[in-house]
Write a protein that binds this ligand. Sequence first.
Ligand SMILES: [Fe+2]
Length: 172
Amino acid sequence: MKKEMSEHSDSQLDVLFLNELREIYGAEKQQLIVLPLLKKAASSLKLRNVLASHLDDTSEHIRRLETIFGLLNQPAEIREPETIFGITREAEQVIATTVQDTATRDAGLIVAAQKLEHYEITSYGSLATHARTLEHDEIEELLELSLYEEKESDDLLTALAENYINTEASRE
Ligand SMILES: [Fe+2]
């Protein structure tokens, strides 16, 4: 049976949930900056395509989070995504220390892109669990959708690394 929202409204888990939503919202927005940077630096067409489709997903994930804030009657606010700032600096280091148009650079960019994905998978996984506990059924469904898409992008990056780029990079 669905409990009344008010029963949870002041719980510590509600506060944590909202803060985590603000953090992933900030992380998704920062990826609108990082993903084009990675895409521009990549030489493999396949990698550029995976990054472009992750960028499209990111815009959708941002819209979904804004829907969630609306369902919670909360303003869509960001929390500074410190982890994503760190991964951005790591990606810049990869670009600074590798040669343009090499599979080695692409291999490094995939590492950075997968760090982003794993952060998102962890965040959406935890948020979906918390939404279930708080009985926010509709919100849980939206979070599960984004979680699924993040996992799909991550699998594509793994396949790309295993099937092509790491082999090429080992020959450079
Ligand atoms: Fe995302």
